[in-house]
Design a binder for this molecule. Sequence first.
Ligand code: G3I
Length: 468
Amino acid sequence: MLKDHSLRSGIWVGAAMDSSQPQDQQQDLKSHFTALTSENAFKWSSMETFQGQIDFTQTDQMVQFAQDNNFRIRAHTLFWHRMQNPSWVRDQIESAADHKTKLLELMDARISQVVGRYKGRVDIWDVVNEPLRIDGKGWDIKDGLLGSANFFYLAAGEQYIDYAFAKTRATDPRAKLFLNEYLSRPALNDFKSQSLLALLTRLKKRKVPIDGVGLQLHGFGSVKSPFFSNSSKELSDYMKAIAKLGLHVEITELDISLPAVIKDFAAPGASDQQHLKLQANLYGNAAKACAQTSACSGITVWGLRDKDSWLNSFVPGGPHRPLLLDDNGSPKPAYTALAAGLLQRCHGITLNAKLCSEPWPNPQNAGVPYPARTCNECVKPALKNNILKINSLAWKWQRPIQRYSYQWMQSTMSSNSSYVAIHYATNSALFKPSHRQHLRWVKVCVRAYNDYGWSAQVCSSPRGPFRS
Ligand code: G3I
């Protein structure tokens, strides 16, 4: 159901995973999700313990897995000062005569080698992760309890961010580039959220090639916040403020600790089922906030099954049971609530200019004709009184619809050439990519049939993992 709702709403739904994920959990991903994020594989220390000896085993596996199964893949992350850097990176920067020159040289090498290798196969790069201090008060200028000093910032100031984005864009021009930040209270009146908005405003002013912002939303400790409250408004207002800067926004690392939910919201003596229901409400609100913000293009949960959550090893007071699937991979109430929240995206949308919402994921993920025939939430409003209102030019006579058909336009990308659209008739077999091609874009056209004949065909603009 979750996957189906992801496809109907056009909101990517992903989970973080490692390449060592066992078979049954790979199956979880295939059954329920449309996107994935590498939990650790792309981090600097996972790839390059010793300088120049890059181990691509895990990242190769992951990118191939995504490609074979038509997942959107987000590579997390190129530059994160706080954790998971090999020690030689900081040592070399700090012992160089010119810290900034050395930093840019090392960044340059990492981007050329890693981004260069996966160019065209990774959909989103988390170029910079968590640049701000945890409390949002500026930058990490000293090592502290919460991790390492931001030695990138100390060497080059904000230019480290500018440089990382510019170089990544130049290396992989079609991928979307995100800055990912830890926010436990994303809201217009929250201090760290304001610091992030201010940073994004500066980046846009300097014309840094950034496409989107990831809001992590790890829920533990206290989950009484605008984001976890009974309303989704504060979160969607904050997302809209990001959208105003011309950026996509996504929830990138969602999890909600059950003990924290119990502490903040549960009545004494409530049952486990009631606790899970409370957790589900919070998940539902997060999904609604995204669905209500057209710039919100995805939601990713930070892990597949409860037992594998990072919270269980990092945060005392577990087991946290913070995810959508229980220890055995069965969907929890949170799963159903998240799926239902996504469909808010479809409310009130007519087939006027665009069909449903964007982006449209690859129909191969659906395993059914796409858009699904049961895409009620998207199609229904346009079928008011049994009349399909496509647009005045497209539809000559407003008469009851007898049937309508979809046509997909798939695209392939060969190794270095541009995209080519391939037209398909309704329900025909999906295109199978040949050697060195992989499917990427989808454009959907619809036309309706009444007793006077066919309407003209109306098409959505090409969509896919954001590329245009
Ligand atoms: O790979 C080694 C392995 O060789 C060794 O045997 C094992 C023994 O402890 O450790 C393994 O590395 C661990 C790694 O996860 C892979 O499992 C690290 O110790 C451990 O620190 C690391 O934790 C990750 C954490 O980031 C590190 O900062 C978590 O899995 C990961 O979920 C978490 O993810 C972060 C995001 O990247 C950024 N946002 C916050 C989020 C939660 O902290």
